[in-house]
Design a binder for this molecule. Structure first.
Ligand code: HAM
Length: 442
């Protein structure tokens, strides 16, 4: 066979071969319409409560200078050491996809001169975060945070208010089995004394520690306390507890936080090993956790005070505290609980058509109705009137507006009251006013 023909056959075969579909990047996922109502539900609860508590919404860029997270989150943290999506731009800037929201909010506070605003500044935010973690259930490489921060107030009542708000968002969303875990990790002064004690303690048990803990012992000894390796947990069991080594001001602050929480009747559990995985925290730290199927504690959200961060980032000394939760984890928890949320899309009227001419009329009528703020549904692809009326029922429509071939020619519309089944013919010119009138009386 001549070579040209052979090549041509090869080309035809190749074009017939099924193209391999492209999949999502590992650790990332689509959020499909069937789940969106849960997202709206939890985010709406968060937004409403934040606004009631006097927070304003902030949006910061997804991409920030890598240095922001190195300075903010800390270089000896899992996030900065191994989990950032970092790259160099064409212009030579080192940037990273944000792994969390607090550092960006603090940058914005300084950059936009918010210290001149009336204090405290209360901000809430939501959006995608990125961490190059090993993907597993509830752990993604792209995930979403809903979070809020209060900058410019050191009062322990503010700590209690942040914990209360976090708690309330979960309660309002039907997550009633979550537990608040609480600790104080002191200020830079009392913590440095405590860190030395910890290093002395763990050095005596060095052979019983995992590889990561041995490495981190001198760089970030607090992290050893929440290592999940069984052998390290055993050693940490008898480690000195920070709560016994707080300086007087930190001790008093924490005592006051607990008193405020008791006053608000918010249940909490003290966990002296809770240190959180980010370096900016001072004093109060907390997590809201839920038990998974194996009885392990899974954190839905976490937060705490970060009184030194604004200064570390180049701003004035500004006490601050905040919290954020992982929206995917909360949505998964709601899905497991099978919480009943009425998310059916409700319509005022449903447009029913028969034939191409009627379809054209329907398209125009649809436009007129939505311009008049009437919630309208249609099913242009469906041919049978019966199946369209079924859709009208499903969407709880109060009226169906039917245009068949005769109505299309006469420029009229049949109004069908979905409750009584009564029908009446109205001219196309009058239909919007007639529907408005009838909806008022419903
Ligand atoms: P974080 O504990 O690192 O805190 O993250 C908060 C929550 O995000 C976690 O409790 C978890 O529910 C969720 N999360 C974390 N990583 C993943 C992941 N890979 N996949 C899915 N969900 C995840 C912070 O980020 C702090 N900025 C919180 C804060 C605000 N502190 C003060 N203000």
């Amino acid at each position: 066979m001549p070579r040209v023909k052979k090549e041509a056959i090869k080309e035809v075969k190749k074009s017939k071969r099924k193209t391999k579909p492209i999949q999502t990047v590992k650790g990332m996922k689509d959020i499909l319409p069937s789940e969106q109502f849960l997202w709206d539900y939890i985010l709406d609860n968060g937004r409403k409560l934040c606004m009631e508590f006097g927070f304003g919404r902030i949006e910061t860029p997804i991409l920030e200078q890598t240095e922001l997270f190195q300075r903010g989150v800390g270089t000896i943290t899992d996030i900065v050491e191994k989990e950032m999506f970092s790259f160099e731009t064409k212009g030579g800037d080192n940037v990273s996809l944000r792994p969390e929201g607090t550092a960006g909010v603090v940058r914005s506070y300084i950059e936009n001169g918010m210290s001149k605003w009336s204090q405290p500044v209360k901000l809430y935010y939501e959006g995608q975060m990125f961490r190059y973690e090993k993907p597993q259930s509830g752990r993604y490489r792209q995930f979403h945070h809903f979070g809020f921060e209060i900058l410019g107030d050191s009062c322990p009542a503010i700590d209690a208010q942040v914990i209360y708000l976090a708690w309330k968002i979960f309660q309002k969303s039907g997550i009633d089995d979550a537990v608040i875990q609480l600790n104080s990790i002191g200020c830079s002064e009392c913590r440095s004394v405590y860190k030395k004690m910890l290093v002395d303690y763990y050095e005596m048990k060095i052979n019983k520690l995992c590889h990561d803990c041995k490495r981190r012992l001198n760089e970030n000894p607090l992290r050893l306390l929440d290592c999940k390796e069984e052998k390290c947990t055993q050693v940490s069991f008898s480690a000195p507890q920070i709560i016994d080594h707080l300086c007087q001001p930190c001790h008093d602050h924490f005592k006051n936080v607990l008193e405020f929480l008791d006053e608000l009747e918010i249940p909490y559990v003290l966990n002296s090993n809770l240190v959180r995985g980010l370096d900016y925290y001072t004093r109060t730290v907390f997590e809201i956790c839920q038990s998974d199927a194996n009885g392990n504690q899974k954190s839905l959200g976490g937060g705490g005070r970060y009184d030194d961060l604004v200064k570390t980032m180049g701003g004035e000394e500004t006490p601050a505290i905040g919290f954020s939760f992982g929206v995917e984890r909360v949505v998964e928890s709601l899905l497991k609980k099978e919480i009943k949320i009425d998310h059916r899309v409700k319509k005022d009227v449903f447009l029913v058509q028969l034939g191409d001419m009627a379809r054209k009329k329907i398209l125009k009528l649809f436009d007129k109705l939505i311009d008049s703020n009437i919630a309208v549904g249609e099913s242009l692809g469906r041919g049978s009137i019966k199946s369209q009326l079924r859709m009208a029922n499903k969407t709880s429509s109060k009226f169906a507006l039917i245009i068949g071939q005769k109505e299309a020619l006469d420029d009229t519309v049949i109004i069908r009251d979905m409750e009584s089944g009564m029908q009446e013919v109205v001219t196309m010119n009058d239909i919007v006013d007639e529907i408005k009138k009838r909806l008022k009386n419903k």
